[in-house]
Design a protein around this ligand. Sequence first.
Ligand code: MN
Ligand code: MN
Length: 462
Amino acid sequence: MNVTAVRVEELDQRITAYDLELVGHDDPPRATGPSFDDSELSIVRSTTMFSRRDLLAASAMGAAMTVSAANAGSFGNPDEPPEGAINAKNPASVTDPGPQDPAIRDQLQSAFSPPPTDVGGMPQIWSSFNTVQRRVQNGGWARQVTQADFAISTTISGVNMRLTAGGIRELHWHQAAEWAYMTYGHCRITVIDATGRPYVADVKEGDIWYFPAGYPHSLQGLGPDGCEFVICFDDGAASEFNTLLVTDWFAHTPPPVLAANFGVSADTFAKTPLNDLWIFQGKVPGDLPAVRKAMTGNAETPPQPFTFSLATSPNLNGTKNGTLQLADSSNFKVSTTIAAVVQTVPPGAMRSMHWHPNADEWQYYIKGKARMGVFNTGPHMLTMDFNPGDIGYVPRNYGHYVQNIGDTDMQFFSVFRTSNFQEFSLSDWLKHSPAEMVAEHLNVDPTMVPRWPGANARIMPE
Ligand code: MN
Ligand code: MN
């Protein structure tokens, strides 16, 4: 009996014992101690990748599939000691009789019961706007997750903001470049470039904008119900609560200096606020063409727009399932420090295994339910679940995949601090390696290797 067969047989025994315990068998072979409560049981079931039933189903499909499923079964966790509920012979190893918060636990099932392929020790890759304080003012609100909140996120910080119809994020600028994705409603943005060319545009759901570092700008919600969006700064430490505000500068400059600067009398600024506004309720602005004409005067127009419709960008996924749309400096010229993709994954499909050689990936989950596994040397493997409003982070070159684990479309966008999007597909790399050599690594049939999916199969199945 070879080593693989021994491991499969041992695994099958473990699964048998485990399944017996799961169905509440009266005499589980090795089980003692408390059993799962119903909610724990459902989580462990949902995150356990292979059951005895799966292996039997695989056997019925023929020898080739059996070998594949058996090897997948022996996957377990090649490190000792093995991790995961399926490897815990005493079910009491899995229960959590102490205090816990079921609402949080149920949102993060992979954290409570990781797949047995996980190996602990990777820094947290999960965060969420759902867990941070909203700064609510008249006219809207904002909340943020910076590196101070999310240690791994060194290259990008995230802000989620809502502006009412007429609500204004006051005129300001930053040390970092600002990229943003519209998730709701309508917004008007203004900006001026470094040669004095002004720009104004209206954006809607699925649109993005980009302001280089230092470019001064404003944001204002439009009718009928304002807007919501997610901002990404190209610096993990950047804070929306610490920006250079026009009101602050006016309030902290002597009135005679203001008078000299603007060529007016000092009493012009008698009613200028002494505190900043940050977000405030303004009037819903007029139609775009008239506003553009009035604010532009005789100035030139910037050669490249500061806004882009990511939702209408071409689909770069080569399979029938799902879409991947790109905005980087190849098609959104001004976006020289941020590349972005928005990915829509139908139920039962997954974003295939890949990595990015040139930048970390910061993710925002827009809709649906997702499960991401992230791989690094060690080996380390961490699987986490993501819901709308959650944030994921994958350091550059760490392997990863993202599954849709719900029954509706799952959608998320990813941003990278780079001018151009790059990725390596695991399948495409192996497909274009010597098949015999791949077979010698993985103990698979070499004739199947050249038929594996190529680089454009970004969302599987084909
Ligand atoms: Mn800004
Ligand atoms: Mn990725």
